[in-house]
Design a protein around this ligand. Structure first.
Ligand SMILES: NC(=O)c1ccc[n+]([C@@H]2O[C@H](COP(=O)([O-])OP(=O)(O)OC[C@H]3O[C@@H](n4cnc5c(N)ncnc54)[C@H](O)[C@@H]3O)[C@@H](O)[C@H]2O)c1
Length: 323
């Protein structure tokens, strides 16, 4: 797809200080669009990482310290810019923390999404592409996960709030004609990733000589998807109005947890001490994307092999954390 020939758009990226939002904002700017970022810089994980990501965007991309549940502040921003499209990435992410602090998820993911849709309605912004998750499929959906599955049996509050956001988006489509594409991401990894996710958490512990926690005694599989592939799929969705849609963005090749650990050991040049543990509350055994809809609607296919991606991650990790 030749994005370079597309008309320049004014694009809002929510959660642009985050792992995926910052990579997306950077790519959209590189393609000639006017990009504006909002983020509340919450302290769910080390905010230095968020500030450092944002430093790679400034001054090209203006960054606003703003919570998407704050309707007044959001409305003022929509008065300042005439957005063509909203890329909604901001959310409280992470399955495990949703056991501890469920209200934070309802606030950012449900109230935040609804506030954003309401402000879009008021300002007649008619398109949103947003981050959803493979977690919406829960445990009872047969693998590989297909988008037509009901996804009505979430096993975590995180999953329930992300599914609720999809349902809210549908109601705004039906009532106000706001077109939305939900992209259900599958375990995204790469440079600048989140420290609460296994890859960065394991890398930090392994290089510090600490043991890593291996859940379900290592019997787990994740459909790891490299950040550049996710951004590519997202950009394609930005340029393709689809009415109301839900599309998987995954790799389609789940990786065994123990294989992932072995590759990480190899690329970091250290060996891991392992705590073998039972399954965690709210977790799922496997994520596995059926990628045919993304191919059909967006011409998207993940291109980065896990071996390649993990090497790039390890190089970034050693450089950023000076290990
Ligand atoms: N990383 C993954 O593997 C993965 C997988 C599936 C889905 N997702 C989804 O992708 C999106 C981005 O994930 P990420 O890994 O980049 O997470 P992240 O935590 O790095 O990014 C989210 C950003 O949103 C911001 N934010 C949270 N609540 C906000 C609020 N109320 N107002 C303004 N900003 C707020 C945070 O400060 C953060 O910078 C999320 O919607 C997440 O649910 C991620």
């Amino acid at each position: 797809m030749t994005i370079g020939t597309e008309k320049q758009k004014t694009i809002l990226v929510t959660g642009g200080a985050g792992f995926i939002g910052s990579a997306l904002a950077s790519r959209l700017f590189a393609e000639g669009h006017q990009v504006v970022v909002v983020d509340n810089f919450n302290e769910y994980y080390d905010t230095k990482l968020k500030r450092d990501r944002v430093a790679t965007l400034l001054p090209n991309v203006p960054v606003y310290f703003l919570d998407i549940t704050n309707k007044e502040a959001l409305s003022a921003l929509f008065d300042t810019y005439t957005f063509d499209i909203v890329c909604h990435i901001a959310a409280q992410a992470g399955v495990r923390y949703s056991v501890e602090a469920p209200h934070v998820y309802v606030e950012s993911n449900v109230l935040g999404t609804q506030t954003l849709l309401e402000v879009m309605k008021d300002h007649e912004v008619k398109r949103m592409v947003y981050a959803s998750t493979s977690s919406t499929y829960g445990m009872s959906t047969p693998s590989p996960f297909e988008e037509h599955a009901k996804a009505d049996k979430p096993v975590s509050v995180y999953a329930a709030t992300k599914r609720a956001a999809e349902l809210l988006a549908h109601s705004y489509y039906k009532q106000y004609g706001i077109e939305t594409t939900a992209l259900r991401f599958f375990t995204v990894y790469g440079p600048w990733s989140r420290p609460d996710m296994a890859m960065l958490k394991f890398a930090q512990k392994m290089t510090a000589g600490e043991a890593i926690d291996i859940y379900n005694n290592g019997d787990m599989r994740r459909d790891f998807t490299y950040i550049d592939d996710i951004v590519e799929g997202f950009v394609r969705a930005v340029h393709k109005p689809l009415g109301y849609e839900v599309v998987n963005l995954g790799n389609g090749h789940p990786v065994e947890l123990m294989r992932f650990v072995a590759l990480l050991e190899k690329s970091l040049g250290v060996s891991a001490q392992k705590n073998m543990l039972p399954m965690q509350q709210g977790d799922v055994y496997q994520t596995y994307a059926d990628t045919s809809k993304a191919k059909e609607l967006l011409g998207f296919e993940a291109r980065t092999s896990f071996e390649e991606g993990i090497e790039v991650f390890a190089r970034w990790f050693k450089d950023y954390y000076k290990v």
